[in-house]
Design a protein around this ligand. Structure first.
Ligand SMILES: Cc1cc2nc3c(=O)[nH]c(=O)nc-3n(C[C@H](O)[C@H](O)[C@H](O)COP(=O)(O)O)c2cc1C
Length: 163
């Protein structure tokens, strides 16, 4: 699958097959994340990979939603140091993970972190230092659904030269 195919075919997947993911694939997903563009080359990110079933199941109650994380093959917590563009940088890294996963036939779902009250709770529960902010949680697993999602048409969002 090339990059364009991965970008266009990716949809958020919230139902996962109970099939383990090779650790080499998992590491490559994080490797792709760390290579994302980042303002001033700050690279403010750290990634916690959560694979244990009990640990995965402990996340949704902290959030009050996203029960599907408990059934994922693994989840990644994206954490940021306090830099000027920490959110942008970590969102770029998060998107890289989604696309890398798609290229390997894995589904994923991004769940928001930093603006929400549960973010420091989740970060602390997984041992993050106090100076790290949780920017995103992403669940991963082989897909057991093929959702169809309405998207705004290209002609509606594309403006040539002026809005
Ligand atoms: C910042 C952010 C937060 C999100 N939070 C959640 C969430 O809490 N629960 C969830 O099921 N999906 C979440 N999503 C996934 C979106 O619902 C999904 O991307 C959107 O509906 C478009 O569908 P698609 O990803 O299949 O194209 C989030 C996505 C982003 C980018």
């Amino acid at each position: 699958m090339n990059a364009i195919q991965a970008l266009k075919s990716r949809r958020s997947i919230r139902t996962y097959a109970q099939k383990p993911v090779d650790s080499a694939i998992l590491e490559e997903i994080i490797d792709c994340a760390r290579l994302a563009p980042t303002a001033m080359n700050d690279q403010p990110w750290d990634f916690i990979v959560v694979t244990g079933r009990e640990a995965l199941r402990s996340i949704p109650p902290m959030l009050g939603h996203a029960e599907f994380i408990g059934n994922a093959a693994f989840a990644v917590l994206v954490l940021a140091r306090a830099t000027n563009y920490a959110v942008e940088d970590c969102c770029a890294a998060t998107e890289n993970m989604l696309i890398a996963a798609q290229a390997h036939g894995l589904g994923s779902c991004w769940v928001a972190g930093s603006p929400l009250p549960y973010a420091p709770v989740v970060a602390k529960a997984f041992g993050a230092p106090e100076d790290r902010k949780l920017i995103a949680i992403v669940s991963f697993g082989y897909p057991a659904e093929s959702p169809v999602v309405a998207k705004r048409a290209l002609a509606e969002v594309l403006h040539w030269e002026k809005f």
